[in-house]
Design a protein around this ligand. Structure first.
Ligand SMILES: C[S@@+](CC[C@H](N)C(=O)[O-])C[C@H]1O[C@@H](n2cnc3c(N)ncnc32)[C@H](O)[C@@H]1O
Length: 169
């Protein structure tokens, strides 16, 4: 039983194969209130550049772009999720509004001050080095940029919203 628990936890931290697809599909349903919370909170315009860390199957991206056209880049450590999210959002990828790539938030390949908004949902528990991940997110955010971190704590959904490069909100 412990082994099954460990396996499912590892699938959440790095979804792979058919089980990974099923798990991320189930997450989309189970965490509906979290997606809605982020969508309601973020201000987006066609000029907004968003980075989503750990996009899973790319469900949040679809909801964001339906709210407003914008530019979204996603990074995830799972190759399978890069393929899945790209396929699920092929219309927006083809139009140049969305891009999904392999990457680890603890070592981002982007230049300083590249994004207006960084989002991450249910991923921070899986990062190998939380402080490094936060430092990297801060580096790639523009001055006054906003970092949204959605987590579940004791079965409750929490949306932390910080102006990393300015004062805490
Ligand atoms: C629980 S899933 C959440 C997926 C999506 N954010 C959602 O809520 O629907 C966690 C995702 O974070 C990714 N991930 C874990 N550690 C990561 C890291 N250090 N950098 C980028 N992505 C990471 C995993 O591959 C997985 O797709």
């Amino acid at each position: 039983m412990e082994k099954l628990g460990d396996y499912l936890a590892s699938q959440c931290g790095n979804p792979r194969g058919v089980i990974g697809k099923i798990m991320t599909w189930a997450m989309n349903r189970a965490n509906n209130v979290m997606y809605k919370g982020i969508i309601e909170e973020i201000n987006i315009s066609p000029k907004t550049k968003i980075l989503d860390v750990g996009f899973g199957n790319g469900y949040l991206e679809k909801l964001i772009i339906r709210k407003s056209p914008c530019s979204i880049t996603g990074i995830d450590i799972s190759e399978d999720m890069v393929r899945k999210a790209t396929e699920a959002n092929r219309k927006y990828v083809a139009s140049g509004n969305m891009k999904f790539q392999l990457g680890d938030c603890c070592d981002l390949s982007f230049k300083d001050s590249s994004f207006d908004v960084v989002t991450t949902m249910n991923t921070i528990y899986f990062w190998s080095d939380t402080a490094k991940g936060i430092a990297e997110i801060s580096r790639v955010l523009k001055e006054g940029g906003i970092f949204y971190n959605a987590v579940i704590k004791r079965r409750r959904y929490i949306l932390q919203c910080c102006y990393i490069k300015g004062k805490l909100r």
